[in-house]
Design a binder for this molecule. Sequence first.
Ligand code: PMP
Length: 295
Amino acid sequence: MSRIAYVNGQYVPYAQAGVHVEDRGFQFADGVYEVVAITDGGFVDLEGHLARLERSLDELRIERPMTRAALSVVLRETVRRNRVRNGSIYLQITRGAAKREFAFPAGIAPTVVAIARHLDWNKAAANAARGVPAITQPDIRWGRCDIKTVGLLPAALAKQAAKEAGAYEAWLVDEKGFVTEGSSSNAWIVTKENVLVTRAPTTEILSGITRAAVLELAKREGLKVEFRPFTVAEALAAKEAFVSSATSYVIPVVTLDGKPIGNGGPGVVASRLRGLYETHAANHSSDWQAPFISP
Ligand code: PMP
């Protein structure tokens, strides 16, 4: 089956899909993106992802290339042409292509790219059933982590370190010793008192759409949530830890830097939240979608 990518108004074969050499996404990481999960042919929390995308664009003063409805049509068509039933869609918008200069060039149109991928959700479920190892890495990112930019080099370096250590994710630690988030996920702990702790949505983290859904599900379960930073020591002393993201859903973290968290296995709270999230993700006609929680 040939793979098709959407590039600036056209659906083109993957092998021939390209943007200009002077695209500002390529030269300056001057662009933003979203990743949305697809289950049984439907998007998970699409509205929240599109709301966050619009905010990312607005924060960088990149022109919105089309309406939310038009963008949804492009995403759906890309998924349809690739016959993806279960997977994810990657959407990237850059400021556009122009002769290289740092300041914004006038009169250029944004570059829009969409790529659909197949994903085996059973693999994520197997990871969740086992629980995964994480390591810590210094958070060397910039001051606007709330904007979902394609400037992902610090995240790529952290993820590579995790891979080399045999870990699933790297938890990023700020200068004061507090965990900010994962390299591509939000970080959570469950205290001995059964309180969920995750950092407040500020400029230091990306406000996850999955996180917003998990917060809603936790609220419905009557769980207490505290929005505050936690240290690595607090995570190691916690009963449970987990990550959330569009393509991981909820995955329990069972070791940090090789040391067990809780009893060293997936915790009951994380496993319960994963189950609830799986149901939410499968239910496209659900009466609610996770919102984007603006910092
Ligand atoms: N933080 C970072 C740094 C991420 O890259 C991601 C994944 N895009 C997340 C958190 C989780 O966000 P979401 O639940 O919207 O996928």
